[in-house]
Design a protein. Structure first.
Lengths: 274, 166
């Protein structure tokens, strides 16, 4: 190593820590917003240019547009499943006349803000997307994001003036209070590094079956109740464990998101620490 | 190499990484073209050439991506450390050196990001992190390194271009 390379290495190391501190103090937010403003058209153009090549590479084994057809069917399936789930949920609510109805009455007129996905996190450990709406449009950190079919996508993690980063429910830092619609078993749906969803803290005695719907419970005030997350894909039980191993297939097409809705009428009521 | 050329290349590299590379997922893993090209550039041109590029690329990717600029710089910094291997001529085949450095740099890069997730409240599930993200990412980047290095060799300085590279 020459003196020059040592100086460069030291400079980069110091810059890394200074920038992390500056980011912690939100000093970089205007710069990041400006950079996204300048580069997002370039990024869009690059993405549009490379999309046909990416489609070709990704569909190399597909016969003629199977991927697009699959996407269309997934969207249709999502809409129909949501309709079904909402109908079932309404029936459950009406029959039980639980407190959930009272909670729902607090949000009689949900308002949504439509947004387009402009960027995706390129690392393999995180699941985030950037949208073209920010604090100037009324977006706040913690707001809920859903698909056009009203399935849960995630929460707003970072807000700039004109852009926001959305933490998807599959992100390893995501945790959503949830219930199994059929059995009303409670748990927490958490993301992981493999991009899959797990429902944690489901008691051994709770009757959970493959195909059951998982929806937000509203516990904790971070999410409104009744938003569809997905369906139970597998359930595992071992006698020595306190909880069941419940895997959940998310309903929203998270890997192909292009447009989302930010639920602006619901402001999360994060509980203070005990 | 003139700094401004390297800087411009680094900015383009970071934008391509942020905008396009995630579309090309192989087995569900997005390759890190920026890291692969920086490592290949390191082997071809040396540490002195790559460090300014690393700084500009890391800063740009941090500004346009979801990770903070400082974190991306920190995650890329091990490339400088691994660059010492090139200076020491521990491995005589440049291609093998590129593959080894790409694997090591990818693991280091992902481990820094993993640490940041865990420190900021994420779960520490080591097995899925390694089996679904870190190891596959290293393999995908190594596969990408072969064609990238083949192209990069053209940028080798004229005097060293004559010697056998493989």
């Amino acid at each position: 190593m020459t003196a020059r390379t040592l100086v460069w290495t030291g400079f980069i190391a110091i810059a890394a820590f200074v920038l992390m501190a500056a980011n912690r103090l939100t000093l970089l937010d205007p710069v990041e917003n400006l950079t996204l403003n300048v580069t997002s058209p370039v990024q869009s153009a690059m993405r549009d240019t490379t999309r046909p090549i990416a489609d070709w590479v990704n569909n190399i084994t597909d016969a003629g547009g199977l991927s697009r057809e699959n996407q269309r069917l997934r969207d249709q399936n999502e809409r129909l499943t949501n309709d079904l789930t909402r109908a079932r949920e309404d029936a459950v609510q009406a029959q039980a006349a639980q407190d959930l109805n009272a909670v729902r009455k607090q949000f009689p007129n949900d308002t949504f803000l439509a947004a387009s996905v402009v960027s995706r996190d390129s690392s393999n450990l995180r699941s985030l997307v950037a949208i073209d709406r920010g604090s100037a449009d009324g977006v706040k950190e913690g707001m809920i994001v859903v698909t056009e079919g009203r399935s849960l996508v995630g929460t707003v993690a970072k807000v700039y003036s004109n852009y926001s980063w959305i933490m998807l429910i599959t992100d390893p830092k995501s945790a959503v209070s949830a219930i199994v619609q059929e059995s009303r078993a409670e748990g927490v749906v958490a993301g992981n590094y493999d991009g899959a969803l797990k429902m944690e803290f489901v008691g051994q005695g709770a009757p959970v079956q493959q195909g059951d719907f998982v929806i937000t419970s509203g516990v904790g005030g971070g999410y409104p109740p009744g938003i569809v997350i997905g369906r139970v894909s597998t359930v595992g039980k071992t006698p020595q464990d306190l909880f069941q191993h419940v895997n959940v297939d998310y309903l929203a097409s998270l890997t192909q998101l292009e447009h989302v809705l930010v639920l602006t009428s619901f402001v999360p009521n994060r509980l203070p620490p005990p | 190499m003139r700094y401004w050329i390297g800087g411009a290349l680094a900015i383009v590299l970071a934008l391509v990484q942020a905008a396009s590379v995630e579309q090309f997922k192989i087995l569900g893993i997005a390759p890190n073209l920026m890291l692969v090209m920086l490592v290949a550039w390191l082997v071809v041109r040396g540490l002195e050439d790559v460090l300014p590029m690393l700084f500009v690329a890391g800063l740009t990717l941090g500004l346009v991506g979801s990770q903070t600029p400082g974190l991306v710089l920190l995650a890329l910094l091990p490339i400088a450390g691994f660059g010492v291997l090139r200076e020491l001529h521990v491995v005589h085949s440049d291609l093998v050196l590129v593959l080894v450095l790409v694997a090591a740099s990818t693991v280091a890069y992902e481990l820094v990001l993993l640490a940041s997730v865990v420190v900021s409240g994420g779960t520490l599930d080591v097995v899925p992190a390694f089996s679904h993200a870190i190891v596959p990412a290293a393999l995908v980047n190594m596969a990408l390194a072969v064609p990238v290095f083949a192209v990069m060799r053209l940028a080798r300085p004229a005097d060293s271009r004559r010697r056998l590279a493989y």
